[in-house]
Design a protein around this ligand. Structure first.
Ligand SMILES: [Zn+2]
Length: 367
């Protein structure tokens, strides 16, 4: 019996032999250019995700501000300079957007105060009121602080901006921006292929997988509103069994501009009970409606999610957010409830539970 085994061993080894045709030679300079090109594409893709997310978050956090326990002033700009990008992306950012020591605006939220005041992406901030904008390391956090101080003091801010026209000619623009109040939570896009979203009382986070999954801004707003509702309703604080999933969040858009300020590393993610999920659905729909998103799209989004990500996915959004028939029907009823209130001019407030003694949460859903 020895011969066949030897033969088999030989065949396996033969199967591992290298390719027989020649390796196509590439020169190092071309290779370097290709690496740079691919880095730019990766950075651009992250920026595209975040731009869209930022727009949806701003409008939602703005529309829901009356429901949030804490709000802050905001004008709808996302400032960066080269130090907001890690080494991998810093050169690519400079090539794509001419980022340097000065602070420039990478994104302007659509419909935000800055947008309405004519602020454009890639504008460089020269002055805030009469103070020169900070430059260099930590310039962005210093600028944010300065902006907040000015807004708190006078409720309005004058921005002096440098803008390059398409011919590359620099012009100086002065504009006055009056802020709005938005819910005071942090937010970000985590580079991860799973279709998922999280809230932890401080953050609202979606994955890049979720960004690809949503069909339109209304669906993204639904996800953001649901997670925001978890925060507003204080589900973290109310959790008895908080299952920590670990520290995934420092992956969050690392080095591309989402300002985690080092906080993610220590924070973990939570899973919520079914009763909290139902409440986040319900309150989330009111948040959507207040921000002017199309709530009719919500029930079908969950249906699509259930169909695309059946329960076998143990760590994705459907695991932490199980889609049941009951939840689907509850969402449809909530749409009708909100539309009826809007039609009769009633305020968009979620209905509170009637005080009934010995009431217990119904937990036997049809998973
Ligand atoms: Zn949830």
């Amino acid at each position: 019996m020895r011969a066949p085994i030897l033969m088999l061993a030989f065949m396996v080894l033969a199967g591992c032999a290298g390719p027989v045709t020649r390796q196509v030679p590439v020169d190092n300079a071309a290779l370097q250019r290709e690496i740079e090109k691919q880095t730019e594409i990766a950075l651009q893709a992250r920026a595209d995700h975040f731009r869209r997310f930022y727009h949806v978050v701003f409008r939602t956090f703005d529309g829901a501000s009356a429901m949030c326990p804490k709000t802050r002033q905001a004008i709808g700009i996302y400032p960066v300079n080269q130090y907001d990008f890690n080494q991998r992306f810093r050169k690519a950012a400079a090539r794509l957007w001419q980022t340097g020591d000065r602070v420039q605006i990478l994104f302007v939220a659509r419909g935000s105060p800055a947008d309405r005041a004519g602020v454009k992406p890639l504008d460089v901030i020269l002055r805030i009121d009469d103070t020169a904008a900070p430059q260099g390391k930590k310039a962005v956090s210093r600028l944010r602080k300065l902006l907040m101080q000015r807004l708190d003091k006078s409720g309005i801010v004058r921005l002096v901006l440098e803008r390059r026209n398409p011919q590359g000619v620099r012009q100086t623009i002065t504009t006055v921006v009056r802020p709005t109040r938005i819910c005071d939570y942090r937010f970000g896009v985590m580079t991860n292929d799973r279709v998922n979203a999280f809230a932890n009382g401080v953050f609202v986070v979606v994955t890049s997988g979720m960004m690809r999954f949503v069909n339109n801004d209304d669906e993204l707003a639904l996800v953001v509103s649901h997670e925001l509702a978890h925060n507003i309703m204080g589900h973290i604080q109310k959790m008895r069994r908080n299952a920590w999933l670990g520290t995934l969040l420092d992956l969050l858009a690392a080095g591309y501009g989402v300002n985690t300020q080092g906080a993610f590393g220590r924070l973990a993610l939570l899973r919520f009970s079914k009763a909290f999920e139902a409440e986040a659905d319900y309150v989330g729909m009111y948040i959507m409606a207040r921000a002017g998103w199309r709530i009719e799209r919500a029930p079908n989004f969950w249906r699509r999610m259930a169909a695309s990500h059946p329960g076998s996915n143990r760590t994705g959004f459907t695991r932490t957010h199980p889609i049941t028939s009951r939840r689907f029907l509850a969402l449809e009823k909530t749409v009708a409830e909100i539309r009826a209130k809007q039609a009769s001019g009633q305020p968009l407030q979620p209905e509170r539970k009637k005080p009934v003694s010995n009431q217990r949460d119904d937990d036997d859903e049809d998973e």
